[in-house]
Design a protein around this ligand. Structure first.
Ligand code: DUC
Ligand code: ZN
Ligand code: ZN
Length: 483
């Protein structure tokens, strides 16, 4: 009888800290042994000396979120998770969004219904906190945190979602008390509103002006303010989808002062610029996202921030809207002013191949940093580690075997999302995960799906690492009140 369900032979393993060659023995969906010449497996996979890396964790993606105005996300939990798996991702964490004035619990229940029977890989939920009332912060949210929803996103912009500074302080104080993680969308809403109005009055409404309406200074100010509010409460926060130089500088400055400010960026800020929004015939709408892509100098600043440790996470912020679709980018017509174009780009499948090829392949980051950014750090920040995010005895056997010997030209027909375009069309990269395992089951085999929708399991997140001793007067007061 075989000792293991599956053995992966001749693996070139990298974790966030180590690189080694071994066989990987899998039993009960978990990694049971790492070593040379392991006993036989019921199933044997020869990695042939290729990289075997922890499956990616995409902790910022939007799937099947309810939208207003007849707009629909392209991907649900089925197509989104299939697309993710084909790109080497084995865990996704999309958002259950509270409706203004609505119950968070209801949002979570609705989101579980949307997921039911669909994901091919494991998933957890962040919450979107649109209305942090006393009832929500005092009753609903503590219970949800205990149930495994330990992170939430808050917005400084977008009508119906944005919180003012006082509300943000309430949320951060809650996060500190509970040990939860707050993700912040940092852009100054009034500046965006004012600039948008002026641009519209001047007739400058094509997709390109989306980028003009949200300049780097607007993100820099939001980022600085979020840092200040977090410092006041003495609580960690994660600034999401950081687009470029100026916000990177703010985060680096905060980190250099010893503040626990974490940074996330996304491929659109490494590979797109504002010029991509300037394509003719409304094509620029395909790259409308917030914050907008910036310029070459900002791309370089983001690469530098990845290499130097300013960023902990690279996520996709996959928010796919179909282009040729009245429920997608063209919902308000092709002459619609930029402010009416649904925000977001697809990228759940291309996230890791792009980072691998242009990061590891081009020597900008090493393989261990790649694993940290793609998987391990997110698992730690959101309470999924060490079940997810590493290759270690006892961890879930979520693994991706990478082929880094073949050039691939990214094109829409290669991808598995339900969007009708990719912003990276025509880009040639080297490196793609060809075989992907989730809890020991091969879900993608030589590039083909081998998984039933619904096999993905919901993950309750633990609290992230416990807070360190209070450093500020307010932090000490919160500690006292807890005692
Ligand atoms: N910006 C967001 O904040 N969320 C979804 C997509 C986007 O562009
Ligand atoms: Zn956002
Ligand atoms: Zn987002």
């Amino acid at each position: 009888m075989a000792d293991f369900e599956t053995v992966i032979r001749n693996a070139h393993v990298a974790t966030a800290s180590d690189t080694f060659r071994c066989d990987i023995g899998i039993a009960g969906g978990r990694i049971a042994a790492l070593g040379a010449r392991l006993a036989a497996g019921h199933r044997e996979i020869d990695a042939g000396g290729r990289w075997v890396l922890p499956g990616g964790i995409d902790t910022h993606c939007h799937l099947d979120q309810p939208m207003a105005d007849g707009v629909e996300f392209a991907d649900d939990f089925r197509s989104g998770s299939i697309s993710a798996a084909h790109g080497g991702t084995t865990t996704i964490v999309p958002f259950a969004a509270q409706q203004p004035g609505g119950s968070l619990r209801a949002a979570v229940e609705d989101y579980h219904r949307r997921a039911a029977g669909k994901p091919v890989i494991d998933y957890a939920f962040h919450l979107i906190l649109a209305d942090p009332s006393e009832r929500v912060l005092g009753q609903e949210l503590p219970a949800l945190v205990r149930d495994g929803y330990t992170s939430f996103k808050i917005y400084m912009t977008y009508e119906g979602l944005k919180l003012n500074d006082r509300q943000i302080l309430d949320v951060l104080a809650f996060a500190r008390r509970e040990g939860a993680m707050t993700m912040v969308h940092a852009e100054n809403s009034d500046c965006i509103g004012w600039l948008t109005e002026k641009l519209e009055q001047a007739g400058r409404t094509s997709p390109y002006y989306h980028a003009v309406s949200r300049p780097a200074a607007v993100e820099r100010e939001g980022t600085h303010r979020a840092i200040t509010l977090a410092e006041l409460i003495d609580v960690p926060i994660l600034i999401v989808h950081v687009s470029g130089l100026e916000a990177v500088e703010q985060i680096r400055w905060a980190q250099s002062r010893g503040l626990r400010i974490y940074g996330e960026t996304c491929p659109q800020y490494l590979f797109l610029t504002a010029d991509d929004l300037d394509k003719p015939d409304f094509e620029g709408a395909k790259c409308v996202c917030s914050p907008p892509p910036r310029d070459k100098a900002s791309q370089q600043a983001v690469w530098n921030g990845l290499a130097s440790g300013v960023f902990q996470v690279v996520s996709s912020d996959h928010a796919a809207f179909r282009y040729d679709d009245p429920k997608g980018k063209k919902a308000a017509g092709t002459r619609a002013p930029f402010a009416k174009i649904p925000n977001g780009v697809p990228g759940i499948e291309t996230r890791l191949p792009l980072l691998f090829s242009e990061g590891v392949g081009k020597g900008r980051i090493d393989i261990n940093k790649f694993v940290a950014l793609a998987s391990t750090n997110a698992a730690k920040l959101y309470g999924l580690y060490p079940r997810k995010g590493t290759i270690a005895i006892g961890s879930d056997a979520d693994l991706a075997i990478w082929d880094d010997s073949t050039d691939i030209t990214i094109t829409q027909s290669l991808l598995h999302h339900n969007c009708d375009y990719t912003p990276y069309e025509g880009m040639t990269i080297r490196g793609w995960p060809t075989t992907v395992l989730s809890r020991g089951e091969v879900v993608v085999e030589n590039g083909a799906l081998n998984a039933e929708p619904g096999r993905g399991q919901f993950l309750r997140c633990d609290l992230p690492a416990p807070a360190r001793p209070a450093g500020t007067a307010y932090g000490r007061l919160v500690e006292e009140l807890r005692a």
